[in-house]
Design a protein around this ligand. Sequence first.
Ligand code: BGC
Ligand code: BGC
Length: 871
Amino acid sequence: MNLKTVVLCLLVTLGVVVLLLGKHNQSAKEEVTDTESITNDNGFDLQTWPARAMSPRRDPVIEARIDALLAQMSIAEKVGQIIQPELKYVTPEDVKTYHLGSILNGGGTTPNNDKYASLDDWVNTADAFYTASMDESDGNIAIPLIWGTDAVHGNNNVYGATIFPHNIGLGAANDLPLMYRIGQVTAREVAATGVNWTFGPTVAVARDVRWGRTYESYSENPELVNQYAREMVRGIQGEFKNSMRVGPNHIVSTAKHFLGDGGTSMGVDRGDTVASEWELRQVHGAGYIAALDANVLTTMASFNSWNGDKLHGHRYLLTDVLKERMGFEGFVVGDWNGHQQVPGCHVSRCPAAINAGLDMFMVPEHWKALYENTLKDVEQGHISPARLDDAVRRILRVKLIAGLFDAGPVADRPLVGDVGLIGHPDHRALAREAVRKSLVLLKNNGGVLPLKPGSRVLIAGDAADNIAKQSGGWSLTWQGTGNQNSDFPGATSILVGLQSAIEQAGGQSLYAADGVWEPSDFGESGRPDVAVVVFGEEPYAEWHGDLINIEYQYGDKRDLRLLQALQAQGIPVVSVFITGRPLWVNKEVNASDAFVVAWLPGTEGAGVADVLVADAAGNAPFDFQGRLSFSWPKYVNQARLNFDETGYDPLFPLDYGLSYASTNPPLGPLDERNARQPNSVLDELWGFVSRANAPWSIVVRERDEALIAMQGNSVSTPTEMLVVQSVDKVAQEDARRLNWSGVGSATFALNAQVPQDLSAYQRHSAVMTLSAQLNATTQADVAFSVLCDAQSCADLPEVAAAVTNLSPGAWQNIVIDSTCLARSEQRFAGVRQLLAIRTDGELDLTLADIKLVPQARLMEDPSALTVRCGG
Ligand code: BGC
Ligand code: BGC
């Protein structure tokens, strides 16, 4: 035998072994046994997870096409497939040059950066990108691009689209067929634009309502999330009845964010989910099991960690559990630069994520550098050719199942460019149905609802005529801010729905946002019979919505004052609460005769009147169907309140909700004073974590002039003695850089409008913690003070000395000991400024994470610098 034959023999033997192994794996998966014992040496236990057949099913025709494509593709073409830039930072030319596999448009990104982009703009953009991906003129292989968007409550980035209630409201509707239909309609409104993939559904099981994404979660109950995930994915992707193909009326769906996004400590977005493997699977895994059953084609890796390890680098969860044990055969897309948080990675290089099982990087801006580095990593063996091929195989599989190879030019596809589909009356009718089904009635004393025919109704509250507010985050813009009613053509505010229903029932209504009315407004009787007040949370998305305190309008109870003013006039009050989560509203409930939770209903506000207003015959057209899919807190420290956890003591339990048929006795007054659950540990109080946390806001002042509040990304005093800017520490804009020019005295402070009673923190021997980075050495004489009331502060020269002596350029965690805070003994009860820094010298300092931490909650941090005051 010559050498050639030996090598050949070896190769053949190897091939057979690989084939056999592959076969073995496959049959093991298809048989789905429970008896396998696969315990991993890291202490993980694979058996916790269900062993499942492959999902999506492999179709031999598709697999053969993938083989053929892979055989022709160069490494560069393969690397291009796993890179997903964002619309703002990429051109069709780039797609052609770099063989890019995908693009996304992030929240609020639209073609030509035009919020009012027309359907044609969307279609033309999709077509330009698709055409570039199919261009073979340079000898490239044509591989159609897949475009992903966050259609998370309808095709919400598109002007004029139908916007459905956010997931939390859908959860309350507890209606599976409704989910399926919403999935179908969402797919159609996305398909019309030429986009073929949505980053939804979110199957998070939110377990702490401080999380800014609670409203993206259907329920705290994993069972409901499981059932919903299945219906939503089937609605979006279609049912694959006859073949493994996404039909023309459907698009690709994503189950996100894998895994444990809703379980982070204190509800911190992108935080750490500390949980046993069993809990991870039972609670947070519930949605994925069903989504995989429904053949979900993609999953998105999450920003969070599990027991300290970032999911983007979690080989065990992404590969061993999701792909191998649970049989996921689609691809795992990353989240927005999420790979950069994996140890050893940065935004433009991260072999560890691919090796862990990520198949496509979501890398909005720095994709070119990431592309080049990934190419090198493959060439130098940091990423194996087999792993790259597997990632590309999965991406090609999804594209083939989605029918993209055979779909032809974007504009010629069914549904594409059909203007009538965007905001179609049938779609709006479905959204309106979802709105009425999602309303939860918590109180209806004296049968004030439904509003009687012929009533004279005062409509008040700043959410009554505010489509932006009723839609919440992920609506035209990422945060849902900066929109006005005219930005939602075809939509109906809650006000307009109420007015028309009241009028049709022979009644009369007057709208005054501030609740101020004149006797002459109400004809002969000279007063309203009832007031409907629509109020609630301002829009937010992701970590911008993280809360430290779940008391509604903690700090400034504007809406409560409005309710109480009406109550004091003897007018029965109906509250309609717009919110992304349960909040502590005992006072607002007491100030209302009826209390309706409307969640974030979206563009079809008329669904509210459909349940609240009786027709001329005195019957409400629809009864309340909504039941709480999240437990409602009795105490302010019940942010983590779940039906299946110990100490469960809600105000209203999971599944609670009255209807017109209920025979419950009237709801008595709720306790307003004892706002804390007895025997509980006090929570941290956040002054600034990623942003100033209500009621605190950042203010600056020059000398003793007026305070100026920071609004956008920066603020400065009139002559720029002090400039404050948003900068990044670990996430976008999670720190503030304070720059004193040294020409005069200026102050930075975390300020509250009304004095805050923090005496509980004194009793719990709280410390203050913060992170500081000195950007340049300084000689400045600095006054550092904490816990100021209207007159004075506790001046802490020890802290000032520690901060000004930091070694420049490095972050330092600082603990300001309770001995320092004790200097403010008299002031804990009425704090206006949590912290204030004043100097007339030159000082360049960056701050982040400013908190009061009860001693019992202080975690050991060996790297922290502890400052003590006095002996
Ligand atoms: C969010 C994802 C979203 C992605 C694209 C991320 O910040 O976490 O849910 O799909 O951005 O907009
Ligand atoms: C994008 C969002 C994205 C977020 C993440 C925003 O600029 O519009 O889609 O989720 O950044 O950081």
